[in-house]
Design a protein around this ligand. Structure first.
Ligand SMILES: [Zn+2]
Ligand SMILES: [Zn+2]
Length: 183
């Protein structure tokens, strides 16, 4: 039997991260910060009302999402095109894949890594959240941790300088727990 898909492992990791985030969350935002933060709150990955986060997706986004959910490491549009073509048994052009990806990002099902223009399936689709992406430069895997504390601090810093933050992507690059083990 093959190993469980990585998405499941990521989901577990995110779950425990969320728990610790909830414990450590300090809801002591200054008034000015929360006022400004409300502008940004709309940018949080907003889930759709339906139970299945992939409901109502057309076949290309559906196939792209399926492939990303099974991937152990982030994939680029070019990584995706081959397997999606095979699965759908027809030729696809890169813009079709990019459109599917941006649709998935918009729905909060997929996150785009700023470094390397690659994508991972969200570990907590269907829940609004702010995440931190931990990217291993050795094996190429990426893990998503949901952590609203860091988001709160960034909002405070932005508010203190009168800056209205519209988006944020937090990526931490380094070595994952497997790659940092001594041989
Ligand atoms: Zn996510
Ligand atoms: Zn690694």
């Amino acid at each position: 039997m093959p190993k469980k898909p990585a998405a499941v492992d990521r989901a577990d990791a995110a779950k425990s991260a969320r728990k610790s985030a909830a414990r450590g969350a300090a809801p002591t935002k200054p008034k000015a910060a929360s006022k400004r933060a409300s502008k940004v709150a709309t940018r949080v990955f907003t889930p759709l009302a339906d139970e299945a986060p992939t409901a109502a997706l057309s076949e290309v986004p559906q196939a792209v999402y399926g492939r990303l959910s099974r991937a152990a490491a982030p994939l680029t549009a070019y990584d995706l095109i081959d397997s999606v073509q095979k699965q759908l048994k027809r030729r696809l052009h890169p813009p079709t894949i990019y459109r599917a990806l941006s649709q998935l990002v918009e729905r909060g099902l997929v996150h785009r890594l700023e470094s390397g223009s690659s994508y991972i399936a969200c570990a907590s689709p269907g829940e609004p959240h702010h995440s931190i992406l931990f990217v291993c430069t050795q094996c190429g895997t990426a893990e998503e941790a949901v952590d609203n504390r860091v988001h709160g601090l960034l909002q405070e810093d932005a508010a203190a300088r009168g800056f209205i933050a519209e988006s944020e992507v937090i990526e931490v690059r380094g070595r994952c727990s497997n790659c940092s083990l001594p041989n």
